[in-house]
Design a protein around this ligand. Structure first.
Ligand code: PLP
Length: 479
């Protein structure tokens, strides 16, 4: 697509149309980025009814992933999740979803007034130093579908933010035996299946709808993503309708051509890019394996080579501290802090120098932690717990769509035990709710939220007043 847009730029066709910058190099500081930014004009196709250059580009992505139908997304995987869930489940219907789903899933449930049934991901304890959300057990999917015959679709996140994958092939088979649609949020797995050393892709593993954020682990611009559909269970016209509803009516050509350039790059030199990625991950694991205070889980736990979890071994340091130190002292910006680890994303587009800096920083920090522990002479045991939710999740008294619209009030978090939440509270990233509207605050959750606020993590949905009071939204009681 970029070639066509560049030839338009170089032609003498004058733009009496949107966007307002008119591809004019004097249109402001960002003008240099706008010379291929157009709207739906003759010969340049329309994302919402693609039949020309956009369809051609979508077909290229379709072939790469082996899907039956692929659409470009310019509003991120978020728009893909909203559309997939809306198309797969009838209004007011039932959806079985991993409790570790991204907030877009919960927003879809709100918009479509769905009843959510949850799958509880297993716990993974890398080296017993803390807990991560793990895999979805296919047996639990089977059991839930056997018990509840009204479930219309299953929603699984694989790989997770932390790079843990579930057995999609087995789950797809179970869903299809029950005639139920399987949606896989593979926002973090756009690179899966594209090279022999990478885990398999959910499309090829048989999921009915798969969503990929090409901006997360491939070289496409922020906000770009793909939705793939296959099989007979999904009503594709209904899916296209929801894509038209949830996506902008003025999709950016810069974003769309960036998806196409990304797909073409993988087609032409994917092997080189991905063998670099795998080489980087192997090197990081090898060179840091003797660290005493820090620990990076290997492939047996984190199947995704893009995810490097720098974990604290014995609680001498929190995930947020690792994050801050890497950022401030070593000038390495992490992706996220969990409570006992900091997540670094690597790709085949990293530089050798960047990877070497990361390895050197991990080893150096490890030495400092050893020295500090020697000085203190008292190793502590970690009580890590990824996103606070990797154990139990709160019990729901009301569905999200009722509770989010009900009358609520702010109250001090310390007194909120037993009260029903009026809001989502989550760490961002990863955007997985610790509690959703309609669920009951427990003492354990309140303690976890307090711990996150103390650790200066980004807790969305809890409010801190000017006086430092910590408030949460709860439903007004009847009296
Ligand atoms: C698991 C998961 N799904 C979906 C999304 C939403 O993706 P996007 O930012 O492309 O809208 C995210 C974002 O971080 C995510 O982590």
């Amino acid at each position: 697509m970029k070639k066509e847009l560049e030839s338009l730029r170089d032609s003498d066709l004058y733009p009496f149309h949107m966007p307002g910058h008119k591809r004019n190099p004097d249109a402001g500081a960002m003008a240099g980025y706008m010379d291929i930014d157009i709207t739906e004009i003759d010969d340049y196709d329309n994302l919402h009814d693609a039949e020309g250059i956009i369809l051609e580009a979508e077909k290229r992505a379709e072939r790469l992933y082996g899907a039956k139908e692929t659409h470009f997304l310019v509003n991120g995987s978020t728009a893909g999740i909203l559309s997939a869930v809306s198309a797969a489940v009838s209004d007011g219907g039932k959806l079985l979803a991993g409790r570790n789903s991204h907030k877009a899933l919960y927003h879809a449930a709100y918009l479509r007034q769905l009843e959510l049934k949850y799958l509880k991901p297993g716990k993974i304890e890398p080296g017993n130093y803390g807990i991560l959300w793990g895999k979805i057990d296919p047996g639990e999917v089977e059991e839930s579908l056997n018990i509840d015959r009204d479930i219309e679709a299953v929603f699984i996140t694989s790989p997770t933010y932390d790079g843990i994958s579930s057995d999609i092939r087995a789950i797809a088979e179970i869903c299809h035996n029950h005639n139920v649609i399987l949606i896989v949020d593979a926002a973090h797995g756009a690179h899966f299946g594209l090279y022999k050393g990478l885990p398999e892709n959910a499309v090829r593993e048989g999921a009915d709808i798969v969503i990929h954020s090409v901006h997360k682990t491939l070289a496409s611009m922020t906000q770009t993503a793909l939705i793939h559909v296959q099989g007979k269970l999904v009503n594709r016209e209904r899916l296209r309708r929801y894509l038209r509803i949830y996506q902008s009516s003025s999709p950016s050509y810069v974003l769309m051509s960036s998806i196409d350039s990304c797909i073409r790059d993988i087609e032409s030199r994917g092997d080189e890019i991905f063998s670099r990625l795998i080489g980087f991950k192997d090197k990081i694991l090898k060179e840091t394996k003797d660290c005493k205070k820090l620990f990076i889980p290997g492939k047996d736990i984190v199947s995704d080579p893009c995810k490097v979890l720098v974990c604290a071994k014995d609680g001498a340091i929190t995930g947020q501290q690792i994050y801050d130190i890497l950022r401030l002292d070593y000038k390495l910006q992490p992706e996220m802090a969990g409570d006992f680890y900091s997540l670094m994303i690597i790709t085949g587009y990293d530089t050798d120098e960047g990877i070497d800096r990361l390895i050197a920083a991990i080893k150096d920090l490890d030495q400092k932690l050893i020295k500090k522990a020697d000085d203190r002479n008292e190793p502590k045991k970690a009580s890590g717990n990824s996103y606070g939710g990797a154990g139990d999740y709160p019990k729901a008294l009301f569905p999200i769509y009722k509770a989010w619209d009900a009358e609520s009030e702010l109250m001090d978090i310390s007194a909120a035990g037993g009260r029903i939440s009026g809001e989502f509270i989550n760490l961002y990233p990863p955007g997985i709710p610790l509690i959703a509207p309609g669920e009951i605050f427990t003492k354990e959750l309140i303690a976890d939220i307090g711990k996150y606020i103390n650790a200066k993590m980004n807790v969305q949905g809890a409010f801190i007043t000017e006086n430092g009071e910590r408030k949460v939204s709860v439903l007004k009681s009847a009296d």
